[in-house]
Design a protein. Structure first.
Length: 410
């Protein structure tokens, strides 16, 4: 089955809000094997919406609309669909009663225009709104399924997950199952080269790489008559992928690197401390965002200046003068000082030049050194990164987290 998504709202065309609804719906529909062929964005204009619906109906088994279900005059989705299909608008009594209860509860008068929110094209299946006052609905016309959601993302996502997805699944004959693998240390082109035989011969399951900043994701999707068979097909493909590029995989469940590292630290009861220069506390900020990490995270120290490196970590002035703040020698002394202060199981220090200024021919912008200790293991890494300041800091973060991940595994 295929689908077109129509996002409705002049504010979208004016760039006043980001269209996160289309991203969410495309991802969710792909997971259940429904191909999204088109994305449309239409302002609050009935004639243009009608023309877009007519066009989409030529190609689509399913049309999903978001927005235009509220009580105001520019909320025209239901009326436009009813007119297009020559259907009457009918008051939905359960939705009306619920709306009345809502206004009574908040002690406010319900104006007459709110009746728009609880009237639907004749024959529609109404989708409850658990977080707002505008329900959604489903209608079918000449073999095409039309599903209309409210515009606010919280309302739309809840309505899709809890009410609409089951309806769509009942229309599909096959079960789809997907897993997203995440890779670090290998680019998209190299990953495709390593997996070219699997990609060239793919039928079921299918595999699709996605480039992200500093990493690559790979979706494996299978279809089958039942869920267990689909899972087995995916796992067999993942086994072949692991044999070829397993050393680059850091997650089999679409988890962020920081979540993988944080969970492993907690699972193994490993303590950690960090000393940051060029990243300015970014690694600490990301790691402390993991729920429960207080059982493992001891402290983070930002030593941006040479003076701070001397006073906080005991880096020798001679080292700073001879090798500079951005050097392997300084990174080593930073991590040794951190370990001396904290006694944490894992200690990591990072220093570099994030730019845009500060680089030289000998030490260009993007030069980063990372040093880490875990037990009797001591490792350092030199990076030469490209991009603007934000990208260099983000890539430095990922490399530091990956170093921690590898230390834990070792």
């Amino acid at each position: 089955m295929n689908c077109s998504i129509i996002s409705i709202g002049t504010e979208l065309l004016m760039g006043q809000i980001t269209n996160s609804n289309s991203v969410f719906l495309s991802q969710k529909l792909n997971e259940i094997g429904i191909d999204v062929y088109y994305h449309f964005t239409v302002g609050d204009n009935a004639s243009r919406l009608k023309e877009t619906l007519k066009y989409a109906m030529q190609w689509s088994d399913i049309i999903i609309t978001t927005g235009g279900l509220g009580p105001t005059q520019d909320d025209l989705t239901k009326e436009t669909i009813a007119e297009l299909f020559d259907k009457k608008m009918i008051l939905h009594k359960p939705s009306y009663d619920r709306l009345c209860s809502f206004f009574t509860k908040i002690n406010r008068y319900m104006t007459e225009n709110n009746l728009k929110q609880v009237s639907f094209p004749e024959g529609a299946v109404v989708l409850p709104n658990d977080f707002g006052t505008a329900p959604g609905f489903i209608v079918e016309h000449e073999g095409t399924i039309i599903i209309s959601f409210p515009g606010p993302p919280k309302e739309m996502t809840n309505m899709y997950v809890n009410y609409a997805e089951a309806h769509l699944l009942s229309k599909t004959k096959e079960i789809f199952y997907s897993k997203m693998l995440r890779f670090f240390g290998i680019g998209e082109s190299q990953l495709e080269t390593e997996l070219i035989d699997l990609i060239s011969n793919q039928t079921n399951p299918t595999i699709a790489p996605y480039a992200k900043e500093g990493e690559v994701a790979l979706r494996v999707t299978a279809k089958a008559g039942d869920r267990q068979q689909a899972i087995e097909l995916v796992e067999m493909m993942i086994k072949q992928i692991r044999e070829k590029v397993g050393k680059y995989i850091y997650s089999y469940d679409d988890e962020e690197m920081v979540d993988v590292v944080g969970k492993e630290l907690m699972r193994r009861d490993i303590s950690i401390s960090l000393a940051e220069s060029c990243t300015g506390g970014l690694i600490c900020s990301q790691l402390t965002g993991v729920a429960g990490i207080s059982q493992s995270f001891d402290r983070g120290i930002v030593t941006y200046s040479n003076k701070a490196k001397e006073e906080e970590l005991g880096v020798q002035l001679e080292t700073l003068k001879k090798y500079g703040a951005v050097s392997e020698e300084t990174a080593k002394e930073m991590v040794l000082g951190l370990q001396r202060i904290t006694g944490s199981d894992i200690c990591l220090a990072i220093t570099g030049i994030a730019g845009p200024g500060g680089g030289t021919e000998e030490k260009p912008v993007g030069l980063v050194y990372i040093a880490a200790m875990y037990g009797d293991r001591f490792i350092t890494q030199k990076l030469t990164l490209a991009g603007d300041r934000d990208r260099i800091r983000k890539l430095s973060l990922l490399h530091a987290l990956d170093m921690i991940r590898k230390l834990i595994k070792s």
